[in-house]
Write a protein that binds this ligand. Structure first.
Ligand SMILES: NC(=O)c1ccc[n+]([C@@H]2O[C@H](COP(=O)([O-])OP(=O)(O)OC[C@H]3O[C@@H](n4cnc5c(N)ncnc54)[C@H](OP(=O)(O)O)[C@@H]3O)[C@@H](O)[C@H]2O)c1
Length: 286
């Protein structure tokens, strides 16, 4: 594949870039000529994916940064490494995420689902926001999930303890938190030239189907016939990251490469502000 050059000169950062949707987004952006920084938690898996994408795209502009997005210390170190190497950031794709079949705590003492699917994006975005602003027009994309539509934010149990842990409730709530964050950030960035959108990939045949507990994995297996490929699923995020017609669209929930109506609970500005304040506290980012 030779570059079509439409993203030439742009610097993009994609988290969870070694497989699934993140890998497809990386492949597409590299194929358009962008410099893509792949954030992966395992050096070997990251390097293997990078070499594969390099061979497919002929890109000489791929880089790997290693970080476990469950660790705030790791996220801070990785963001500092990025800033040391790059003076601009045109596209940030907050994609790393998964389900946790069992209750787990992060090194920071936070419940892992909420920490990975929401707090890690909040922290990384905060750490790189000034670069996104000085690089404007620039874009932030979060990988959403339609499961947010059946969720509510329960501030009394936003990071459930082991006894109260329910995998689906935790995942859906973390995905609603991500959408509330996306929309709140879009409101706060009005007029800056930085757009923020949530890209929903649909139900995609990735390794998310082997994460989570046995009941989820069985349900996912039964859905196999209706799952789309990672390539198809990634199209909406790629569109949000690169399409000229998306240059000024912000605060939108995107499905099938189009803006769709967001669920009412994701538009509640009071909840969004409370979640923002809590996220600042939990990441010590103000
Ligand atoms: N698949 C779907 O149907 C679907 C639907 C809606 C939304 N999504 C969202 O899409 C995003 C990507 O998921 P996917 O479907 O592509 O699943 P995937 O194939 O399992 O990919 C997940 C990616 O996130 C990375 N990751 C997981 N934990 C991490 C950590 N602690 N630190 C750094 N990276 C970590 C994984 O790296 P490792 O290889 O190291 O595990 C991998 O690169 C997630 O946010 C998910 O919630 C997926």
């Amino acid at each position: 594949m030779t570059s079509n050059g439409t993203m030439e000169g742009k610097v993009c950062l994609v988290t969870g870039a070694n497989k699934g949707l993140g890998k497809e987004v990386t492949l597409a952006l590299a194929g358009m000529g962008a410099t893509v920084v792949m954030v992966c938690r395992d050096h070997g898996r990251g390097r293997a994916a990078l070499e594969e994408i390099k061979a497919t795209t002929d890109s000489e502009s791929l880089n790997l940064l290693v970080a476990d997005m469950l660790s705030q210390q790791d996220i801070r170190r990785m963001a500092a490494e990025f800033r040391f190497k790059y003076t601009r950031l045109d596209v940030l794709v907050n994609n790393a995420g998964t389900r946790f079949g069992n209750w787990e705590l992060t090194p920071d003492g936070h419940e892992s689902t909420f920490a990975l699917n929401h707090l890690s994006s909040f922290l990384l975005t905060s750490l790189l926001l000034d670069l996104l602003k000085t690089s404007a027009p620039s874009r932030i994309i979060t990988t959403g999930s339609s499961t947010y539509r059946r969720a509510a934010i329960n501030f009394d149990d936003i990071m459930p303890n082991q006894q109260n842990y329910d995998e689906a409730t935790a995942y859906d709530q973390s995905k609603l938190a991500q959408v509330l964050f996306t929309f709140e950030l879009a409101r706060r960035l009005q007029g800056t030239g930085v757009t923020v959108n949530c890209a929903d990939p649909g139900a995609v045949d990735t390794d998310i189907g082997v994460a989570g507990g046995p009941a989820f994995r069985e349900r996912w297996r039964q859905r196999t016939p209706i799952l789309v490929t990672p390539q198809e699923g990634a199209r909406t995020a790629i569109h949000a990251a690169s399409a000229p017609e998306m240059a000024t669209v912000t605060g939108a929930y995107l499905e099938n490469m189009a803006v769709t109506e967001a669920a009412p609970q994701s538009l509640d500005e009071e909840v969004a502000t409370r979640l923002w304040n809590l996220s600042e506290e939990l990441t010590e980012e103000r």
